[in-house]
Design a protein. Structure first.
Length: 388
């Protein structure tokens, strides 16, 4: 079986583990889209971007060599778009990507995003190639502008006309599924995320911040930073001399406006893999105060390093952070509930230690491992599509 996997750099923390297992089972070629705003994203951080518009082997792309211990670079190529997503550049790039796909002649084309490039791409690829798309979030979590909402809706609709197989990375509410996607016209498959074990390959540096609780990841309004800051200030953290570290880039530039507190440390930038691993390991526990979610790679980063969590009861998070085993589940958009959760773990370090032991004993066992996840996708998704 030959699989052409077309993804983009923000999902690289997932793809590193998935592709490593996938290439053990099938013949695989990976295309990874890079835009100016995404060259530092996910697990990959590039200091610069080439000016060439086209598909470039990863072995020839500056900065990719430092990931050769995690990726089989010979299987990866960079879909380089230094101009941004306008019609002209997307049209040129779609033809170049289609040339690579048609030359490779995959049995399965698996893409992980939709947009103008993907809409234009469908006009140029061979009709006999079986296709599947991963949809990470079936609803937009932040309230988008009118223009953004309709652009997203139109691009997804046009892409899904050509991709009638859909892979979701968690089970979701049936009503939400039926409102957002049409199971009558699309074949829906479900999978899951494994632990982001690549983080274990980085040395853990000394703790710069003393005792702290941690939020990490790109910062957007739906992730509930405002609720977290209020809960932190209400909690007993100061009595325990515990700080709050917020680590990640404020994408919209207006979320971190209320963080003026000596006990709150803000790292408003892309966090490199080694620093992220150090932040997670040295923290007391991780907090996900999300107001909405589908699933989260944050939980899989924390789990890979045996770190307990507090997270809100939204989306698939309660299935990822099992209440009373890996951490504590609290109510979303509820400052009091989050504050109580923080206080409970602060005042019961033995419980936090027990959660860490549970994570360590469960991680990468049975259905939790990337080996199991990948085998399931190849056997029960790709093979089924080919045999239909």
């Amino acid at each position: 079986m030959k699989v052409l996997y077309f993804t983009n750099i923000p999902f690289s923390d997932l793809e590193i583990s998935y592709v490593a297992e996938l290439e053990k089972l099938v013949d695989v070629k990976v295309l990874m889209l890079i835009l100016p705003k995404t060259k530092k994203s996910g697990a990959i951080s590039l200091e610069s971007q080439l000016d060439e518009l086209g598909v470039i082997p990863a072995t020839q792309y500056p900065g990719m060599e430092k990931y050769s211990n995690m990726l089989t670079l010979e299987h990866w190529s960079i879909v380089n778009n230094p101009k941004g997503s306008n019609y002209k550049t997307s049209s040129i790039l779609a033809k170049k990507v289609a040339e690579v796909i048609n030359e490779y002649q995959p049995d399965i084309l698996h893409i992980t995003m939709y947009g103008l490039l993907q809409v234009l791409l469908t006009k140029h690829i061979a009709k006999n190639i079986k296709k599947i798309i991963t949809i990470h979030d079936i609803v937009l979590h932040d309230k988008p502008s009118f223009a953004h909402y309709w652009y997203d809706r139109i691009c997804r609709s046009l892409t899904l006309k050509h991709f009638n197989n859909i892979l979701l990375l968690s089970h979701i509410d049936t009503n939400l599924l039926e409102r957002s996607l049409n199971p009558n016209t699309h074949q829906i498959f479900f999978s899951r995320l494994g632990p982001y074990t690549y983080l274990r390959g980085y040395p853990i540096e000394r703790n710069k911040y003393g005792k702290y609780i941690l939020f990490f990841g790109t910062i957007r309004p739906y992730k509930g930073i405002d609720i977290l800051i209020k809960a932190f200030k209400m909690s007993n953290c100061k009595n325990h001399q515990v700080k709050l570290v917020i680590a990640g880039k404020d994408i919209e530039g207006n979320v971190l406006h209320n963080t003026h507190d000596d006990e709150i440390i803000v790292l408003n930038r892309y966090i490199e893999n080694g620093e992220l691993a150090t932040l997670i390991v040295n923290s007391l526990f991780v907090i996900l105060p999300y107001k909405s979610a589908t699933q989260s790679g944050v939980t899989k980063s924390a789990i890979a390093l045996d770190k307990p969590m507090i997270c809100t009861n939204v989306g698939n998070l309660p299935n990822e952070v099992i209440d009373g085993r890996y951490g504590k589940i609290v109510s979303p958009n509820d400052t009091d509930s989050l504050c109580k959760g923080i206080n409970y773990l602060l005042e019961n370090p033995n419980v936090v230690e027990e959660f860490a032991k549970n994570i360590h004993s469960d991680v990468e066992t049975g259905n939790n491992s990337w080996k199991s996840i990948t085998l399931d996708i190849v056997t029960n998704v790709y093979s089924k599509i080919l045999n239909d």
